[in-house]
Design a protein around this ligand. Structure first.
Ligand code: PBG
Length: 338
């Protein structure tokens, strides 16, 4: 390279390459774009509450509401009309039903099951993903049964399989254990198979990290104020990646059909690694805290909220995710569908 740069040397320096040629015009950028985003990439999480025609605000998630079952059915219709393939349901269980044993988790008439069957019969064309974990039913906000301050593994799995079974009966197409107990995928698979639900799929929350980005969700389902301590004895340490690969391997061995990485944006390296090392659909969850950051920064005028939303969603595709669970699903789908 010449010691002193002169403009006429440029052609030689570049060797004929000018990367900006492919960025000059909109049509050229359209032509060479590597990844695409469509409404079929989204899974829309809904928070379900008791009542009729009820909607309540979630302070930390502006734009997201908890909905009674009838309004969830309406939301499902809107999602289906936009080509969103599936919903993920989370119940906000009434306080008086939250117990140490979390028995409400396997009550066939619980809020979750009523929401599943109402949506399944009214909007059969949309897929229904049922979260299985005890924090939505337990008195202490932990995902497992607790004894002497310890989160019990095998005892928790026993409750979870019963919960998965009532959900499958109510119409869940995909069971999504979000608890991180060991062995839950195998136990749920075996229970579904013997119960006649061999076609019900399992999307495992496989690489779920102990994260502070779940804060707004815990307010949404009403578990946050109950939770003492943290979830670090079962959710992954955010300093690790190999550990996540071992979790994926084991969940696939146990019969998971799909795996999930959670949170999303801060963990795109994990999404990419799973995508590169395993031949299985990998999903990412853009969690409540990530949603809140984009919404609140938008409201503060710090960023262009809609543009940041679309950029963040494309980032999941770029990292190799097959799809993304996102509270932006309906809004983003409407933009994409014009
Ligand atoms: C509970 C569960 C959590 C989320 C999904 N399922 C919270 C937690 O593990 O504490 C978080 C989702 C979000 O933050 O959007 N088992």
């Amino acid at each position: 390279m010449a010691a002193r740069w002169a403009r006429h040397d440029m052609a030689e320096f570049l060797g004929g390459h000018r990367q900006r040629r492919l960025r000059r015009t909109g049509w050229m950028r359209d032509l060479v774009r590597e990844n695409t985003l469509t409404s079929a990439d989204f899974i829309w999480p809904l928070f379900v509450i008791e009542g009729h025609n009820e909607r309540t605000q979630i302070r930390t998630m502006p734009g997201v509401e908890r909905l009674s079952v009838d309004l969830c059915v309406e939301a499902a219709r809107q999602a289906a009309a936009e080509g969103i393939p599936a919903l993920a349901l989370f119940p906000n269980t009434p306080d008086h039903l939250r117990t140490e044993d979390a028995e409400e988790a396997f009550n066939p008439d619980n809020l979750m099951c009523r929401a599943l069957s109402a949506i399944k019969s009214a909007v059969p064309e949309i897929g229904l993903i049922a979260d299985v974990a005890l924090d939505e039913y337990s008195a202490n906000g932990q995902d497992g049964l607790v004894a002497d301050g310890e989160i019990l593994n095998d005892e928790t799995v026993e409750v979870m399989v019963k919960s998965a079974l009532v959900q499958a009966r109510a119409g869940a197409d995909i069971i999504a254990p979000s608890d991180m107990m060991d062995g839950r995928v195998a136990a749920i698979r075996a229970t579904l198979d013997t119960g006649g639900f061999e076609q019900t799929a399992i999307m495992s929350y496989t690489a779920k990290y102990a994260s502070s980005f779940y804060g707004p969700f815990r307010e949404a389902v009403g578990s946050g104020s109950r939770l003492k301590g943290d979830k670090r004895t079962y959710q992954l340490d955010f300093a690790n990646t190999d550990e996540a690969m071992r979790e994926v391997e084991q969940d696939l061995d146990e019969g998971a059909d799909m795996v999930m990485v959670k949170p999303g944006l801060p963990y795109l390296d994990i999404v990419r690694r799973v995508r590169d090392e395993f031949n299985v659909p990998v999903f990412a969850y853009q969690v409540s805290g990530e949603y809140a950051m984009i919404r609140l920064a938008g409201a503060a005028g710090a960023i262009d909220e809609k543009a940041a939303m679309m950029e963040s969603l494309m980032a999941f595709k770029r990292a190799g995710a097959k799809g993304v669970l996102t509270y932006f699903a309906l809004e983003a789908a409407r933009i994409l569908n014009g």
